[in-house]
Design a binder for this molecule. Structure first.
Ligand code: SF4
Ligand code: FES
Length: 293
């Protein structure tokens, strides 16, 4: 009797194991975990205070179409003293201030908020101010974002990126409040749903990493589609407006161009699940096109 119960219980355990939902880690989870591990290792390995005498080599892409002798793209090497907590942006600033004041790159906030210093660092799109030198293998190689026209050194032309962003009408178009200016409340659940999509800082890293965007100049691109997601999923906008938004996305160079390569999701410095958002919009587009007679 007891053997039978034991067998039944073992069977039940096996069934539970088989049917238990498989927990899937999203690329964002993996990136966050990698960041946590890197940060722990840094804290464990770095001595307190400046590391005297220790330097590293910074290789920076240079190009200036307006100056004779600098029109040929090249790499310049700079020797930079390593300091605790130094970022790639800090290193670029050091190189500009100590070696060559003509070295040109964009930056502003220095805290991953303005999105102006996205570069191709050691073969990957990253924010200069968010990338610790201690997380990179030397020499540190900094290039402008791929698939964008280079204006000078590390500065790329962002016009096309902005055009794609504006094409999806990236602004809230809810009802205009009436005379007594009543609040337009959003449910907690709806806010939670669009939370990640609101984090975009318009850095262009995702667009630069996308093979499809590189081959199709009309493709809206991951950042613009994510921006459209942010508003299309906002409950406070009218259904009619949502239909209008879906029409913009459900076109030849819209959501259907995405081939779920996850390159955008992997490089986004704000961990936005871009590929997931694009797939959700594809499902929405299908639902909207289904007609029941
Ligand atoms: S979605 Fe991410 S990678 Fe793309 S522009 Fe926004 S912040 Fe940058
Ligand atoms: S300087 Fe603003 S995001 Fe890096």
């Amino acid at each position: 009797m007891s053997t039978q119960i034991q067998e039944e219980s073992e069977e039940a355990t096996e069934t539970e194991t088989e049917t238990a939902p498989v927990e899937r880690e999203s690329p964002g989870d993996r990136r966050r975990e990698a960041k946590r591990t890197a940060s722990d290792q840094r804290v464990a390995s770095e001595p307190v205070g400046e590391i005297e005498g220790d330097t590293f080599r910074l290789k920076v892409f240079r190009y200036d179409p307006e100056v004779e002798g600098k029109m040929e793209p090249r790499f310049d090497d700079f020797t930079v003293p390593r300091e605790k907590g130094m970022t790639v942006l800090d290193a670029l600033i050091y190189a500009r201030d100590h070696y060559d004041t003509t070295l040109t790159f964009r930056h502003s906030c220095r805290q991953a908020v303005c999105g102006s210093d996205a570069f191709f660092i050691n073969g990957r799109q990253r924010l200069g101010c968010q990338t610790q030198i201690s997380d990179l293998d030397g020499p540190v190689r900094v290039e402008p974002l791929p698939h964008q026209d280079v204006v000078k050194d590390l500065v790329v032309d962002m016009e096309h990126f902005y055009d794609q962003m504006h094409a999806v009408e990236p602004f809230f178009q809810g009802d205009t409040p009436d005379g007594d200016l009543e609040e337009q409340r959003q449910s907690r659940e709806n806010r939670e749903k669009i939370k990640m999509s609101t984090r975009c800082i318009w850095c262009g890293a995702c667009m630069s990493s996308c093979n499809i965007a590189a081959g199709d100049n009309e493709y809206l691109g991951p950042a613009a589609i994510n921006k459209a997601y942010r508003f299309a999923m906002d409950d406070r906008e009218e259904d009619e407006l949502k239909e209008h938004r879906m029409k913009i996305l459900d076109q030849e160079h819209g959501v259907w161009r995405c081939q779920t390569q996850f390159s955008c999701t992997n490089v986004c410095p704000k961990d936005i699940p871009l590929t997931e958002h694009i797939q959700e919009l594809k499902r929405e587009a299908v639902k909207q096109n289904l007609k029941f007679w």
